[in-house]
Design a protein around this ligand. Structure first.
Ligand SMILES: *[C@@H]1O[C@H](CO)[C@@H](O)[C@H](O)[C@H]1NC(C)=O
Ligand SMILES: *[C@@H]1O[C@H](CO)[C@@H](O)[C@H](O)[C@H]1NC(C)=O
Length: 552
């Protein structure tokens, strides 16, 4: 008698794996064959046992039924089967252990070609019966997988076969290829992050090990496209790490460590921006550990963005001061710059430095920033060099002669920025005679004779013109305009030396006079003591083209 317990023991010994343990009953009425399992996995070289029970009517036609033959077969039809014991493919490997109700087929030293359907047939004195369909056997080498689950810092490894294992056979575990002593259970506890690899095998089948399981290896990052990354293009970063079980990936950007950018092996930028430049890394994680990749620098190139101009110092630009114009732009690669003045290229530096700026440097400036991806122009900036009035020039009208009682107009002009205002003075009078660019003396009288000059002033400074002598004679008409040796002389011959002398006279007079602005008396005395050298020296100092133009 061989019972279920015995067959299980046998199964354990031979590593028989039952895929289906629901008994299947064939036949009907009182005839039938029941296979314990109809799908059986068994390891190559092992011994498999296929139990079945069978039944039949105890009597038929008042005659006791007797079993005359019991056997298993794979070949031949149900009507003409070939008893496995006589099949040369199974010579010496087949045993039946049968009694009145059951019959166990045992095949030892299994080969792959034994993977066929096995049926049991019994023949009685009345009739025969075949249990069909039979038992499908598949003979394999161990096909093991280590299943990993994790709880906190521990990983639980379980050696799993594609064939179901009802009984725990003996296992062998390997750590980095080395057999681990004393580990014979189907499961194994390990520490997470121990960087070891584990595999399992069934005792006796050490050559048929599971693939090893291990934590992720250092992940590598690749960038596609591998060429230069231009803003607006599509870029994909791919993380890959050798790991078993397969790793799960997470993407991060440097300095944003706790906020994952995305999960999955790929980080995709459909339209990458300059702000996406930076260091990226990924982590690969499975149940046995986590590894972080090295940083991958993403350098996004872009055409110049806003172009900025700066002007230092701020405020008024004073003549002769140091002024710096700087052009800057956000661009990658760095931009090159071109400065333009009044629309014409000026130079190719980012900076223009005027160490001593002149009024001729005034104008509209802008710059252009450029790299291989594009260009951009700045706004325009106006440079307006401010300066104090230059030496004012005075023109007198009429220039020819001044007849007593006529009017005289003096016009002062000075190059200045901002434009100057003007004040008129008469020599030796403290109070100004008038203000404004044009000074008119109507009804010119002898007492108006004298030296006039104007002062040009703006907020940068002021400057007095040279003296202009305006004289009217009582009887003859004499117009004198001297800020130099130039004179116009009407009516009196031989006057030039005397006029030249008048400067000296006035000097003398100034010492004794306390003249009020409108006080009449200012006579011109002519003396015979000319100071030619003095006068010509004055002329040389003050002569200037504008004045000549006015006076000629
Ligand atoms: C001329 O300009 C200066 C500086 O801007 C100012 O202080 C002054 O009052 C002005 N004089 C006249 C007469 O407008
Ligand atoms: C110009 O003359 C006026 C009047 O004499 C005087 O107050 C002023 O300081 C002079 N200005 C300059 C720049 O010399």
């Amino acid at each position: 008698m061989r019972g279920a317990a015995m067959s299980l023991t046998a199964a354990a010994r031979g590593f028989v794996f039952f895929l289906l343990s629901v008994p299947v009953i064939q036949g009907q009425d009182d005839w039938g064959v029941t296979y314990t399992s109809t799908q059986i996995c068994a390891l190559r070289g092992s011994t498999v046992e296929m139990p079945c029970t069978y039944r039949y009517p105890s009597t038929m036609s008042h005659q006791t039924t007797e079993v005359v033959k019991r056997f298993w077969f794979t070949k031949g039809s149900n009507k003409a089967p070939v008893d496995l014991k006589t099949d040369s493919d199974y010579t010496g490997r087949v045993e039946y252990h049968c009694d009145e109700k059951s019959c166990i087929l045992s095949i030892s030293d299994l080969r792959e070609r034994d993977s066929v359907e096995y049926k049991f047939k019994f023949i009685t004195n009345h009739d025969g019966f075949t249990g069909s369909p039979g038992v499908t056997l598949s003979v394999t080498v161990p096909d093991l997988q280590v299943q990993v689950t994790r709880s906190w810092t521990q990983g639980e490894l379980r050696c799993h076969s594609s064939c179901n294992v009802p009984d725990n056979p003996s296992y062998v575990w390997f750590n980095n290829g080395q057999k681990m002593d004393g580990e014979t259970s189907s499961s194994l506890r390990v520490s997470v992050e121990d960087n070891n690899s584990y595999s399992c095998a069934v005792t006796g089948y050490e050559d048929y090990r599971s693939p090893p399981v291990y934590g992720p290896k250092l992940p590598s990052v690749s960038v596609s496209p591998s060429a230069e990354i231009v803003e607006g293009s599509s870029v994909t970063l791919t993380c890959s790490s050798d790991a078993n079980p397969a790793a799960k990936y997470t993407w991060y950007k440097e300095n944003v460590h706790f906020k994952p950018l995305s999960e999955g092996p790929q980080l995709v930028f459909s339209s990458i921006q300059s702000s996406d430049s930076g260091q990226y890394y990924c982590t690969a994680e499975n149940e046995l550990g986590t590894k972080m990749s090295q940083y991958k620098f993403i350098d996004v190139k872009y055409a110049p963005k806003v172009v900025l101009l700066s002007l230092t110092p701020t405020g008024d630009i004073r003549e002769n001061s140091r002024v710096t114009l700087t052009c800057s732009s956000d661009a990658n690669p760095a931009a090159t710059y071109t400065w333009y003045k009044n629309g014409k290229p000026l130079n190719k530096n980012a900076q223009i430095v005027f160490s001593s700026i002149q009024s001729s440097d005034s104008g509209q400036y802008y710059c252009k920033a450029e790299n291989k991806l594009g260009r951009r122009t700045s706004r325009s900036i106006s440079i307006d060099v401010k300066y104090a009035p230059k030496l004012p020039s005075v023109s007198v009208s009429p220039s020819a002669e001044i007849v007593e009682g006529s009017s005289v107009t003096l016009t002062c002009s000075s190059d200045a920025n901002p434009a100057a205002n003007y004040t008129w003075y008469k020599e030796n009078e403290d109070s100004p005679k008038a203000s404004g660019q044009i000074f008119t003396i109507t009804d010119f009288r002898a007492e108006h004779s004298g030296n006039y000059y104007c002062e040009a002033q703006n907020r940068r400074g002021r400057q007095n013109s040279t003296l202009h002598l305006i004289v009217v004679a009582d009887t003859s008409t004499i117009t004198l305009i001297t800020n130099s040796i130039r004179l116009t002389l009407v009516g009196v011959g031989g006057l030039i030396p005397l006029l030249l002398c008048c400067r000296w006279m006035r000097k003398k007079k100034a010492l004794s006079s306390t003249t009020e602005p409108d006080e009449p008396k200012e006579t011109v005395e002519f003396d015979s003591c000319p100071e030619y050298e003095d006068i010509s020296e004055t002329a040389a100092q003050t002569e200037d083209p504008e004045e000549q133009e006015d006076l000629v």
